[in-house]
Structures are given as C-alpha cells and as structure tokens.
Design a protein around this ligand. Structure first.
Ligand code: NDP
Length: 234
C-alpha cells in the first residue's frame, strides 16, 4: 500500500518508530517536529501542535507533497509532572494544550478530506496513565483520558464514512520521555508490570501499524493497551 501517512512528533521516540514502520511498508510518510528535524530518510514538517496556524500550514504542505492524509497518527505529547499541590494552572493547561487540544487541531485539519474520501484511519497515542492514573501526573492523565472520549466520539461521527478511530495506550516505553527517570524508579515501575520491563518504541509502533491496516477494518473506538499488562483491569 502507499497511503499518505502523517505522524505528529515523528522525529524521535515512539513517533519515529511509528513513522519507520509505515515507511517500511511502502507508505508515504510525513512527520511533524517541533525542535529537531527527523533523520534524513523521513520527510519532516515543522509544526507546533499548540498553534492552529502551524498545524494548518503543515497539513497543507503535507498534502502538496504526498496528497490528502489517509492515516493520521496523533502522537505528539509532553509531560509536566508535579503533585497537585505544586501544580500551577500553566502546567495543567500546557499539558492539555499539547496532548489533547493538539490532537484536536490536527484531526480538525485532516478530517474534512478523509470524510470526503470516505476512508481513513485515525490513531491517537494515549497512555496507560490515562487509564490508571499516576501520582504526579494528574494533568497528563487527564489529557490522555480526554483523548479516549475524543476518539470514541469521532468513531461515532466518522463510522458511517468508513473511517476508524482508535487509541493506543502505551505503558512505560524507552524514549527520551522516560530517560530522565532514575534507574531505581524504573526498576520499581518495572516490578509493577507483568512483563517486568519497559516497551521498546517499536513494540508500540506495531500496534499503531495494525489498527491503521486493512486487517483492522472492523476495529473502531477501541483502546488498546500496549503496556506489558500494567493496566490490566482498567
Ligand atoms: P518523546 O519525548 O521522545 O517525544 C515526544 C514527541 O512529541 C517529540 O517528537 C516532540 O517533538 C513532540 N511534541 C511535544 N510537544 C509538541 C508540540 N507542542 N508540538 C509538536 N510536537 C510536539 O516522547 P515519546 O516518544 O515517549 O512519546 C510519544 C507519545 O507517546 C506521547 O504522546 C507520550 O505521551 C506517549 N506515551 C509515552 C510513554 C513513554 O513511556 N515514553 C508512555 C505512554 C504514552 P520535539 O522533539 O520537536 O520536541
């Protein structure tokens, strides 16, 4: 297949692994980045998902390069961890703005053409923290849980046009986002995971690739944990 795929935050971490998985399948892949461009084998577009104007411009540029987006992976995200009593409004707002509203802005730009084409795949990268909660991450958990309600609503809105909307909920994954955690904390967290280890970004990418594939044609509104069993029962 050679569909037009857009991955937000595809210059590193999970987004990069997702982009590479699609590229390996022969898809046309564009990634957005905010700070550093992606490796040269990938087509990169500068875009801060907290800016509607940036998103509008980047999606227009992607369309010129590789056609209307047929697969959207809304992956860009940040953490601003603090216990509630130390969390300012700015920490809460910035996290929701990037993780939840950022996904809204991108979908809002690509959806009209997907709806007109009557086909498409939308995948949101949430988190097992959105299912279970985590101390020090109330802002992040709220943003990631918000993505689930958002995705499921879109699954209803877009279902009659053959567009699927799904959520992948990664657990602890070995990327820059987690590289700052002390080794001791990682070990403690891994002890709470049935598979007793972190995920690799490639393991998350596999699930994204699956729900975006024709093999997943009857899956929509699903939340798929890829977390070594950490959120079992949530
Ligand atoms: P990284 O920190 O390695 O990458 C984050 C990506 O998001 C980067 O590409 C970054 O771009 C991009 N990004 C952040 N803010 C913005 C913004 N305002 N506009 C555009 N791009 C932005 O994290 P991961 O790869 O680990 O995370 C990817 C997704 O997976 C996130 O949504 C995260 O919440 C989620 N996740 C991660 C887990 C983990 O344990 N690592 C677990 C569960 C979910 P830039 O490089 O330009 O800053």
């Amino acid at each position: 297949m050679s569909r037009s795929v857009l991955v937000t935050g595809g210059n590193r971490g999970i987004g990069l692994a997702v982009a590479r998985a699609f590229a390996g399948d022969g898809e046309k892949v564009a990634v957005t980045y905010r700070s550093e461009p992606p490796p040269p084998d990938l087509l990169g577009f500068h875009c801060d998902v907290t800016s509607a104007a940036d998103v509008e411009r980047a999606v227009a540029e992607v369309e010129v390069q590789q056609g209307a987006v047929e697969v959207l992976v809304a992956n860009a995200g940040i953490t601003r961890d603090k216990l509630l009593l130390r969390m300012g409004e700015e920490d809460f707002e910035a996290t929701l703005d990037a993780n939840l509203k950022g996904a809204f802005r991108v979908v809002r730009q690509v959806a009209p053409k997907m709806l007109r084409a009557k086909r498409g795949r939308i995948v949101f990268v949430s988190s097992s923290v959105g299912l279970r909660g985590e101390q020090g991450q109330s802002n992040y958990a709220a943003s990631k849980a918000g993505l689930i309600g958002f995705a499921r609503s879109l699954a209803w809105e877009f279902g009659s046009r053959g567009i699927t909307v799904n959520v992948i909920a990664p657990g602890l994954t070995d990327t820059d986002m987690t590289s700052g955690l002390p080794e001791k904390r990682i070990a403690e967290m891994c002890a709470q995971i049935p598979l007793r280890r972190m995920a690799s970004p490639e393991e998350i990418a596999e699930a994204v690739r699956f729900v975006a594939s024709p093999r997943a044609s009857y899956i929509t509104g699903a939340v798929i944990p890829v977390d070594g069993g950490a959120s079992m029962g949530h």
